[in-house]
Design a protein. Structure first.
Length: 102
């Protein structure tokens, strides 16, 4: 789940505790960046985005560390993912505008 969401490769075999926290982090990433689904409301998506962008929140730091990741590493990955999504949205919008004007 982490690999699909933000491109984090996981090599070592984590213990059950680490797996649990990776699942928590993975779910937040899925909620923020995953495809729209009927069970995912805008509020859930916004809550995940807020969690993933509040880098001074002790919850974000604890989840990252308990999952075996440096919070600053996850922060960089999340920012890159937001940037990719932004560029993709701008590209799609400019394509629509160009096609409409042709």
């Amino acid at each position: 789940m982490l690999k699909e969401a933000i491109g984090v490769e996981i090599e070592e075999a984590p213990d059950s505790y680490t797996k649990l926290w990776r699942a928590v982090l993975g779910q937040a990433l899925e909620d923020a960046f995953g495809p729209e689904r009927y069970e995912k409301t805008k509020a859930i998506k916004q809550e995940a985005v807020d969690f993933l962008t509040n880098y001074s929140d002790v919850s974000f730091i604890n989840v990252c560390e308990n999952a075996g990741f440096d919070p600053s590493f996850i922060k960089r990955k999340v920012r890159n993912k937001f940037a990719q999504n932004f560029i993709s949205n701008i590209t799609n919008l400019s394509t629509k505008v160009r096609n409409k004007n042709e």
